[in-house]
Design a protein around this ligand. Structure first.
Ligand SMILES: Nc1nc2c(c(=O)[nH]1)N[C@H]1C(S)=C(S)[C@@H](COP(=O)(O)O)O[C@H]1N2
Ligand SMILES: [Mo]
Length: 338
């Protein structure tokens, strides 16, 4: 994600991700993994210091994977290679570059509770393992379109968001879901940057949340979710720009008010609440007509020239979701599409 005013701290950030610094970082991680330091520092999560972009070692849901594919959700394009989807990520809690995945390995994914509150019959805290084990998990292959005009095709594992809404038993006054990411600046060093409105917040209308496409991701590529992709629970809303698909969820609030979301609070002229993909409505600073298809590792290097394809309305999912917005065009106009 690019914001208008690039603060100075972006310079050290980009230095950190130079190939040389990156190699050094990997070397440090490897050394740590080999030494006794780790045994002393993280007994519960020995995988925490591992130089590996895969799912966290010791994820207690590992036995559930791979899950059965739902054949209704496939994509004609080639799947993005697992390494690309797991090493080229946006997760500002760990920094603003795409290569934050080694830092995210330090994040502990248990114990983890999801708070369900606001306009529900009964507010409660659900343990993530209770939640995941009571849901019927399935695999869906979805397109992902980032607002920065690149895209991937990812096999997610998870469950329909509607099932979680039903579990929460919202009251009739609830009109929106507000979702919130964890806050832990000790581990997520990006959260020490005070000019961001932490924690990350996203939201959907109740109708969007109940739409068949809205999905809660718990894994990808037939395994539990890696930390950098939003373990243990993240939204996947494929008809909207990627920033709507909030990672590392700890709280879901049912509310009558439209939530103030992270990117909208930061740059309201550029990123809004709706953010439905639309090739005809450009970002104020770049075109949204086409997208760079990130498929293999050769598509994300410095000299890469990924294939560019036309972006589709609602990212190709209009048959599922266009009806949701038919009555809103007059009120919101182009604001529905950024
Ligand atoms: N909490 C949180 N969620 C987030 C982000 C973030 O910075 N923090 N980035 C978003 C953006 S901009 C995109 S494109 C997607 C990327 O998901 P992926 O890295 O799993 O492909 O995550 C979204 N979810
Ligand atoms: Mo994004």
């Amino acid at each position: 994600m690019w914001i208008k005013r690039k603060p100075d701290w972006n310079l050290p950030e980009s230095a950190v991700t130079s190939p040389e610094a990156f190699r050094q970082r990997r070397q440090i991680l490897k050394t740590m993994a080999a030494g006794p330091l780790v045994a002393a520092g993280s007994t519960l999560w020995p995988g925490a210091a591992r130089a590996d972009y895969g799912p966290p070692d010791g994820d207690p849901t590992h036995d559930l994977y791979p899950v059965e594919r739902n054949p209704a959700f496939t994509v004609e394009r080639t799947k993005t290679e697992r390494e690309v989807a797991a090493t080229y990520t946006n997760y500002y809690e760990f920094g603003s570059s795409k290569t934050i995945w080694p830092r995210a390995q330090d994040m502990e994914i248990r114990p983890w509770t999801v708070r369900i509150d606001g306009m529900v019959e009964e507010e409660r805290d659900i343990d993530i393992d209770d939640l995941i084990r009571r849901m019927a998990l399935e695999e869906r292959i979805y397109r992902l379109r980032c607002v920065e005009a690149w895209s991937m095709v990812i096999p997610w594992s998870g469950f329909p968001l509607k099932d979680l809404v039903d579990l929460a038993r919202p009251l009739s006054g609830a009109k929106y879901l507000r979702m919130e990411t964890f806050h832990d600046p000790d581990v997520a060093r990006g959260q020490r940057a005070s000019w961001y409105p932490w924690p990350y917040v996203e939201g959907l209308t109740m109708a969007e949340a109940r739409n068949e496409l809205a999905f809660m991701g718990t894994g990808m590529y037939g395994e539990p979710m890696p930390q950098q992709n939003g373990s243990p629970l993240r939204l996947v809303a494929p008809w909207k720009y990627g920033f709507k698909s909030i990672k590392g969820i700890v709280r879901i609030t049912f509310t009558g008010e439209r939530p103030a979301t992270f990117w909208e609070a930061l740059a309201p002229d550029e990123y809004g609440f709706w953010a439905n993909v639309n090739p005809r409505v450009n970002h104020p600073r770049w075109s949204q007509a086409s997208e760079k298809v990130l498929q293999s590792t050769s598509d994300i290097g410095i000299f890469s020239r990924p294939e560019e394809v036309a972006t589709q309305p609602f990212n190709g999912y209009g048959e599922y979701v266009a009806d949701l917005y038919a009555g809103l065009e007059e009120e919101y106009g182009d604001r529905l599409y950024r």
